[in-house]
Design a protein around this ligand. Sequence first.
Ligand code: NAD
Length: 476
Amino acid sequence: MTAYPSLCMIIDGERVSGGGRRTHAVINPATGAALGELPLAAPTDLDRALEAAARGFAIWRNTPAPQRAAVLQGAARLMLERQEEIARIATMEQGKTLAEARVEVLMNVGLFHFYAAECQRVYGRQLVRPAGQRSTVVHEPVGVVAAFSPWNFPIGNPGRKLGAPIAAGCAVIMKSAEETPASGLAVLQCLLDAGLPGAVAQAVYGVPDEVSRHLLASPVVRKLSFTGSTVIGKHLLKLAADNMLRTTMELGGHGPVLVFDDADCDRVLDVVVPHKYRNAGQVCVSPTRFIVQRDAFERFRDGFAGRAAAIRVGNGLEEGVQMGPMANPRRLEAMDRLIGDATAKGAKLLTGGERSGNQGYFYAPTVLAEVPIDAAIMNEEPFGPVALINSYTDEAAMIAEANRLPYGLAAYAWTSDAARQRRLAREIEAGMVGINTTMIGAADAPFGGVKWSGHGSEDGIEGLMACMVTKAVHEG
Ligand code: NAD
């Protein structure tokens, strides 16, 4: 039985807590019980983290890539050894099922191995010049990265925020979510135990706006990497602009799923229903608006509702549970508001639509059909266990609906028509398109959005190059 660890910040390789600092109670969303008290940074803590990171960058940018790779590989091995412990911690503080938390650890392991290899292949180039002259293009680590990550992937988000910058030779000041701090601390600890110099990566917590204002205004920081809502993303971009920071912004989505008459309806349902309710729908690439062609509509709608109603909801630590609680009470309130608004405007509630259990933050898997386009939930990211299913006649109208919102993160389409597959891949405005699949994330594939879903990518070569700047050197 894993005990929830005592909480701290990690600055310059040291665990920092106590000292009269303010604290934040971390809550188990399955029970409502307090797990621990997280120390929050004072300005002096943030200054110490900045000073350490500046020093860490000077060390790490001059550390040969094979040594950086060895640290990432060592951390990956340690994460695998500690998989069960880290997964249990994540489930305790975030609520998702243990099976999903274990997958998050494996995502980090894969990403760290990928970047361990890829950071040794960051080639520059030499330009064609007359004899006696030389012009070269080199890629250098951007510097200190301020990395802010949310609570929905308490292991995977910190893995992304640390993996690429460390591979590139940057230093990091990470603030993972105050609601799920222990998972991110466990990931950082694997890196430190694998030999990462303490000054290279810090974990701080605090009042988010205080921390981000302090760090983003510092001349030490050269890049902001943020995952979270579009609203906060826009706010942080403005702060980043004042200091001319490079930015990678992974923001909200409103995943459209186009299901055509020619798709195998049962197979689609078998794949998309579990994908919808993964992490209780609190996933930026969650499929949300099901845009179903008319002949398939009734079968799809009824099959979806039947499967959703059969999902076993409970404490993620228990065997056989398929969906845990919402991560925090804000999401419960959002579900009540959005679903109430939709049904008041005429949407048909097929299953769910209410809280469940007598403790914790559980919400029943919910399906709404024939949802009016002016319902808030058709326009605002629900970030919860709710599917919206509407019927359309032709392809053009379905693509128009997919592209209607300012979001463009993940989109999915199901059709057996090869020519249509190519048209959809071209016409849908999204950073990631899954055709006849929901598997759109992989260590070697860029992950990111367009429009209000943000810019830049994590993962893949793109995620590594986003941590580097280009320098042209001319010798006469
Ligand atoms: P929020 O926007 O208040 O917070 C999202 C994350 O950003 C949290 O981890 C929070 O600590 C952090 N944050 C907030 N203000 C910050 C600041 N000034 N500086 C630095 N970090 C800051 O939202 P929330 O209530 O936690 O979640 C609500 C919405 O956020 C969801 O509906 C969803 O749209 C979005 N969200 C998106 C993702 C994603 O993966 N893209 C993840 C979590 C939440």
